[in-house]
Design a protein around this ligand. Structure first.
Ligand SMILES: *Cc1c(COP(=O)(O)O)cnc(C)c1O
Length: 387
């Protein structure tokens, strides 16, 4: 039985799977079970910013696996302590407290709970096209009706207003608003960067109304947009910053960085079994150290600039617009992406959709210029063959 057939027997059917079994990866290349190589512009939705099989991360995981894998947060642990301290070196200085967990949706759940706890208020305003995860609290902040509607009723008190529209946000806030939650660049929603005026305006109106600002950097964090965190592009510090995806160098991990402004965090108000486990902490510690050594934010800024320019040069009537920041890029097409993604895969390039018509590229920051050139050549050819 093939890998595909075996997995197909057991899958619950909730993923639209591609006909490809990936068994190995190095840097920005992955290989299938037939030994065929692909340039990976998915990085697993932005997880593998550091690329695949980084030697230092692999070594740290192997060593930690032989030392101590689990350690509940009722105890202290060396790797957890070192990771939190290393993470703090790249965070805004008022964000000294860090809650560790295992996935992006969990980080947003925690941030939403902390916002209610801190303010004593219940309501949350999110943006149209937002993606914050798929558990009930996060899903209530996610916009896409297709993700939400089958699961109603969701958590009460959530509303959505158009993104990059400060007047609409101001209108939606009242004395019951606990938090505003936004992504600095909407990822799943189609690669839409916020404007500087919008982000700075959100900070100001949150302060005016006593609501907390939750910035969801699960996808944009750890160099993806060309800075350690996208908040640096906007010159703002949120009250709660949620992180995930690339944080653990590929191992499940996520975090909430917490500003001094957040109150009432006391023993028992929240927690999770695997949060801050030494294996994930060791992986995240090694990953952050490698990201610093390679200067991943600079790599993402430079390669992202080159990639974006090359995408803009593609002379195709099917491209409506190219958007993005750093290595978080989208080509908004006049056609559906599904057949294009399939054709790219046949050409040895893996990319992502965002919505129905945006072709999304989130390659590892270690992608080479030659690989970007190859991707551009394949995208041009596939688009030219569409009509
Ligand atoms: C992926 C993502 C999430 C959810 O993360 P999971 O680890 O899949 O739960 C939340 N917010 C944003 C912006 C994301 O891109």
């Amino acid at each position: 039985m093939s890998i595909q057939e075996l997995e197909q027997t057991h899958t619950p059917g909730i993923y639209a799977k591609r006909d490809l079994a990936i068994v190995r990866g190095k840097d920005a290349t992955v290989w299938d079970d037939q030994g065929r190589a692909y340039i990976d512009c998915t990085a697993n939705q932005g997880v593998n910013t550091l690329g695949y099989s980084n030697d230092a991360v692999a070594k740290a995981i192997a060593e930690q696996a032989q030392t101590l894998i689990n350690c509940s947060e009722i105890f202290y642990n060396d790797k957890r302590a070192l990771f939190m301290d290393a993470l703090y070196t790249i965070l805004p200085s008022p964000m000294k407290r860090i809650f560790l967990c295992s996935s992006g949706t969990e980080a947003n759940e925690a941030a939403l709970k902390f916002a209610r706890l801190s303010t004593g208020r219940t309501n949350v305003v999110a943006a149209v096209r937002a993606f914050h995860g798929r558990t009930f609290g996060s899903l209530s902040a996610t916009y896409e009706p297709h993700y939400r509607d089958p699961f109603k009723p969701l958590v009460p008190g959530f509303s959505h207003v158009p993104y990059n529209n400060l007047a609409a946000m101001r209108e939606a806030l009242n004395e019951q608003t606990a938090a505003i939650i936004v992504e600095p660049v909407q990822g799943e929603g189609g690669v839409h960067p916020a404007t500087v005026e919008y982000m700075q305006g959100l900070r100001a109106i949150a302060d005016e109304t006593g609501a907390l600002l939750i910035l969801d950097e699960v996808q944009t964090g750890f160099g993806r947009t060309g800075k350690w965190f996208a908040l640096e592009h906007f010159g703002i510090v949120p009250d709660l910053l949620t992180l995930g995806k690339a944080i653990g160098g590929g191992v499940p991990m996520a975090a909430v960085a917490i500003h001094d402004t957040v109150k009432n965090l006391a023993p028992g108000v929240h927690g999770t079994t695997f949060g801050g486990n030494p294996l994930a902490s060791a992986a995240a510690l090694a990953s952050l150290s490698e990201m610093k050594r390679l200067d991943v934010p600079r790599l993402a800024a430079e390669k992202g600039h080159y990639f974006k320019e090359r995408l803009e040069e593609i002379n195709s009537p099917l491209i409506r617009e190219v958007r993005g920041m750093g290595l978080m890029l989208g080509a908004d097409l006049k056609v559906k992406t599904a057949p294009i993604l399939k054709a790219l895969q046949a050409e040895g390039v893996l990319a992502l959709p965002a919505g129905v018509s945006v072709l999304r590229f989130l390659p590892p920051a270690v992608i080479t210029q030659e690989q970007i050139d190859t991707v551009i050549e394949k995208v041009s050819r596939v688009l030219a063959n569409q009509k």
